[in-house]
Design a protein around this ligand. Structure first.
Ligand code: PEP
Length: 255
């Protein structure tokens, strides 16, 4: 198994105001003390991307601090008559390095299907950023024994051609584990991540061997170490526990 640099990514969802910069500052301070070789990413609401990215840049002056800011979603188009939407180019302009696309909350709340997610991932690349594409089964699909089929379908439909280890991160997020406090067993995570790895290598060749595959769904300091130790788990996508610097840093320390 080739060594893959871990990525610990926080998804703040619809949480955070200007004064949340205090939490970002605490994360930046703590990040400087983490073991080397771990990439950190925080995806705040779009209103905070520019100010947070500027803050990160200040903290990085003269230092090697692998910390970046990302967006949570983007429109597939670069500009136009799409009231309320945000283009990948706008997030790039604000200082984002990556954008999450196809999060289950976007798929469920905004009826985003694989074709839409794929177009958004292409938009992320068009803007020169890293696409973090989320996939994962519902409880009903797991109970019916369809997890791998569902994940295969989502990968086939949501990932554009031309993915590389530098421009794509896949996040496996079982829908039933998001925000519920419930997580799959390490053996279940290993089965799905191994399957995703094989799917990525079959489709993208050598690049597929080193693309990062994150686990997401109720990751917290108390379970992070076990989940991060599973083969082909190359980091985590964290919702609730990424809002607090102490939790986020404790999870990263489990890499
Ligand atoms: C998420 O929404 O990406 C997520 C993993 O949420 P949580 O960590 O709160 O389950």
């Amino acid at each position: 198994v080739p060594a893959v640099r871990p990525l610990i990514a926080g998804n703040w969802k619809m949480n955070g105001l200007k004064d949340s910069v205090a939490e970002l500052d605490a994360m930046l301070k703590g990040a400087a003390e983490l073991p080397q070789g771990i990439d950190l990413l925080v995806c705040p609401p779009a209103t905070l991307v520019a100010s947070f990215a500027a803050r990160v840049a200040e903290a990085q002056a003269g230092k090697a601090l692998p910390f970046s800011i990302g967006g949570q979603d983007c429109h597939a188009n670069a500009s136009g008559a799409h009231t309320g939407d945000i283009a990948a180019e706008m997030l790039a302009d604000a200082g984002a390095a990556a954008i999450i696309v196809g999060h289950s909350e976007r798929r469920a709340d905004h009826a985003e299907n694989d074709a839409i997610v794929r177009a958004k991932a292409q938009a992320v690349w068009r803007a020169g950023l890293v696409a973090i594409v989320c996939v994962g089964e519902t409880q009903g699909e797991r109970d019916a024994g369809h997890t791998l089929d569902v994940v295969a379908g989502m990968l086939a439909g949501s990932l554009p051609d031309g993915a590389t280890a530098a421009n794509l991160v896949v996040a496996y997020e079982p829908v039933w584990a998001i925000g519920t406090g419930r997580t799959p067993t390490a053996a279940d995570v290993e089965e799905v991540h191994g399957f995703i790895r094989k799917t990525l290598s079959d489709r993208f060749g050598a690049a597929g061997e080193t693309m990062r595959i994150l686990y997401g769904g109720s990751v917290k300091p108390s379970n992070a170490r076990e989940l991060l130790a599973v083969p082909h788990v190359n980091g985590a996508l964290i919702g609730g526990a990424s809002l607090k610097a102490s939790d986020f840093l404790a999870i990263a320390a489990g890499c």
